[in-house]
Design a protein around this ligand. Structure first.
Ligand code: NAI
Ligand code: HPV
Length: 629
């Protein structure tokens, strides 16, 4: 390793860098001799940002070709030896298709080291610029710490990135990219394979024959044709499973609170409620992401609602099922059979009752494991990693890209407001109504052309999409993700007469053509509509539907619509107090005296079901909703 000396011009903002080079003294290492004030170089090696561009470009590696670009950006570079190459080192820690490896080898030194222990991974990582993993490598905070700032991109060759500590990656300025589309068909085909194998006892019968038996009566199966399949999660994989199941003559219904009904209708699938799906289906196939909302969503209570003898397939994530509850449901016959590709802990413990259960068939997370999918995923991830190493904005980036400090510092509180308004608005949508159209209205004294709203729009998109999908949304991928999900986000900038000091006066988020869990959130035009402002640096909710309110968006929120009469604040406050729920803010907005009012209550803790029920029982309260921020 050699250190560069950097002669900075007086206009230079900050320069402190070192270049990793082969320790070969014949090769002179590069020096940046001078650069203009329009460019700043961060302390992270090779992260070069143009301070005059709205979104900074992340250039994690300086290669010979990049020097040319630097020179055209008014950075003069000398003493470089183009033949030197400055190749990045790319560690591939799990099996990756050859076509992807080939692409990687063209730009970097590729180190394929499989089955590394956590300690071995940490030991190697400080010598690597990129790391490519599948689901078997845990990319923990320790890995980022051990990389000492050298690791610039982590590529997940697949969809789920629950094995990568995204928070740590972002803190360490490391970009994470994934390959979300190339294994969709493989996962769907595996779901169908498990469905058919389960129904006809293929695995059990195979094991029995290999044990020398011939048990034709024991392994009589059930037919698929004419049976009802509930697809839980109608995204990329779920919709492909549905399409194939229809081809098998099954009656397919689906539950996905956020999927557009017309996409389902187009392949002859009816979208139904969660309870309707699980109570009417003979077969239930899981395709939702693992999020806090779906964690253990299949539990004693929901198994109890299923049709007796239902059969379950899971190629999504093990964590959506309470595995102990599934064992109980299998033992008491509520669930006749299960076919599982994924587990809460992988690999599951050797003595797992679920794995050993005679009515369960299992595969070791093989959903994405076809030759075709692995080649596709390998190319998709290699292109994303190479692009990131070249400083391009990646369409499948899953954590925050760098934004110029000055833009970020001005917009920071509005970024929080934008995400919270999106998160809040989506929670007001009633299950079953697909979101298609969102309108954002910014009121600002600034010239619309001087207001870069991409970051805000991205954060609103993030707030709307993340609670309901496995997607990770940021500045780079927000528009792409919204489009993929059939979500149209339109923006309007309204110039108002107020101080130019602040970039924005207020933000309004409208969701059209949906039903709301809280009818008062609907504006006169029938859209869910909420407004927010930043006050004293803190995001506030200032309007819900046609009611004014003023509550800081911190902690959680209860919205109640009530008849405007004395004593309401006290009554609800007492109920919360009795349950030891601390009220942080309270605001009442009304249309006119003693008519209807909306009470917005900020709470530090999440009230339990009993407490929420008591609030609903207060006679003057006409509707209420609990929202997590
Ligand atoms: N076993 C394997 O090897 C593989 C597993 N997967 C997993 O399959 C799952 C689906 O992947 P994709 O279809 O690519 O993702 P996706 O994001 O395209 O689809 C997920 C769908 O679930 C829906 N959803 C969110 N919350 C829901 C809820 N509470 N109830 C019902 N639906 C809900 C979303 O609206 C979305 O339409 C993910 O968990 C992914 O990690 C994906 C590929 C391979
Ligand atoms: O893409 C996904 O989400 C998967 O679950 C596939 O995982 P794998 O790459 O086969 O370890």
């Amino acid at each position: 390793m050699a250190s560069s000396s950097v002669a900075s011009s007086p206009a230079a903002k900050f320069v402190k860098t070192h270049f990793d080079l082969p320790s070969n003294n014949d090769n002179p290492h590069p020096k940046i001799l001078s650069f203009s004030s329009s460019v700043s170089i961060s302390s992270q090696n090779f992260h070069i940002r143009r301070s005059n561009s709205p979104a900074a470009v992340l250039l994690p590696v300086i290669k010979a070709s990049t020097f040319t670009a630097l020179e055209s950006a008014d950075i003069s570079v000398s003493n470089t030896n183009p033949k030197l190459g400055l190749k990045p080192t790319i560690l591939v820690s799990e099996k990756l298709g050859e076509a992807g490896l080939e692409l990687l080898r063209r730009v970097g030194n590729v180190d394929c080291s499989y089955n590394l222990s956590p300690e071995e991974l940490c030991a190697k990582i400080s010598l690597c610029d990129a790391l490519i993993v599948r689901s078997g490598t845990k990319v923990t905070r320790q890995v980022f710490e051990a990389s000492k700032g050298r690791l610039k991109v982590v590529g997940r060759a697949g969809v789920g990135i629950d094995n990568v500590d995204l928070q740590a990656a972002t803190e360490f300025g490391c970009l994470v990219v994934n390959a979300p589309t190339a294994n969709t068909i493989a996962a769907a085909e595996h779901g169908i394979a498990l469905l058919a194998a389960m129904a006809r006892n293929v695995a059990q019968a195979d094991a029995s024959m290999k044990a020398g038996k011939w048990q034709r009566n024991k392994y009589v199966g059930v037919s698929l044709v004419g049976k009802t399949l509930a697809v839980m999660g109608f995204g990329k994989v779920g919709s492909e499973v549905a399409r194939r199941a229809k081809g098998l003559g099954m009656n397919v219904i689906a539950h996905d609170p956020y999927a557009p009904a017309d996409r389902a209708r187009a392949i002859g699938v009816e979208l139904v409620s969660f309870d309707q799906a699980i109570s009417t289906a003979d077969f239930i196939s899981l395709h939702m992401p693992l999020t806090p909302a779906t964690s253990k969503i299949f539990n004693d209570e929901t198994f109890g609602k299923m049709k007796k003898g239902a059969r379950i397939v899971n190629v999504a994530r093990g964590g959506v099922i309470d595995e102990d509850a599934l064992v109980r449901a299998l033992d008491n016959g509520t669930v006749a059979q299960a076919a599982l590709d994924v587990f809460a802990e992988e690999p599951p413990p050797k003595d797992s009752k679920l794995v050993q259960h005679e009515n369960v068939i299992v595969t070791p997370h093989l959903g994405a494991s076809t030759k075709e999918a692995q080649e596709g995923v390998a190319v998709e991830i290699a292109e994303a990693v190479v692009g990131a190493l070249n400083g391009e904005l990646a369409a499948t980036a899953v954590n925050a890209p760098m934004v110029p400090a000055e833009v970020l510092s001005e917009l920071a509180p509005y970024v929080v407001l934008a995400e919270k308004l999106g998160r809040l608005a989506v929670q007001l949508v009633a299950g079953g109504s697909g979101i298609q159209s969102v309108k954002v209205v910014y009121r600002s004294a600034r010239d619309p052309d001087n207001l870069d709203t991409r970051l805000l729009r991205a954060m609103i998109t993030k707030g709307i999409i993340e609670p309901i999908s496995s997607s990770f949304v940021n500045l780079v991928n927000a528009d792409f993700t919204a489009k993929q999900k059939g979500l149209r986000i339109s923006e309007e900038r309204v110039v108002i007469d107020s101080s130019l000091e602040y970039p924005i006066d207020s933000i309004q988020v409208q969701i059209s053509n949906v039903q709301s869990k809280f009818a008062s959130a609907l504006s006169e035009g029938g859209n869910i509509s909420i407004d927010g402002k930043v006050k004293y640096g803190i995001p506030h909710l200032t309007r819900v539907g046609s009611f004014s309110t003023d509550v800081s968006l911190e902690g959680n929120l209860i919205l109640c619509r009530q008849v405007d009469q004395p004593g309401m604040i006290g009554q609800v406050g007492n109920i919360l107090g009795e349950s030891n729920v601390n009220v942080s803010f309270m605001s009442v907005g009304r249309t006119a005296k003693r008519t209807k009012a909306i009470m917005a209550i900020g709470v530090d803790e999440e009230p339990d079901k009993e407490t929420l029920k008591k609030i609903g029982e207060v006679a003057a309260i006409e509707e209420f909703v609990f929202l997590e921020l």
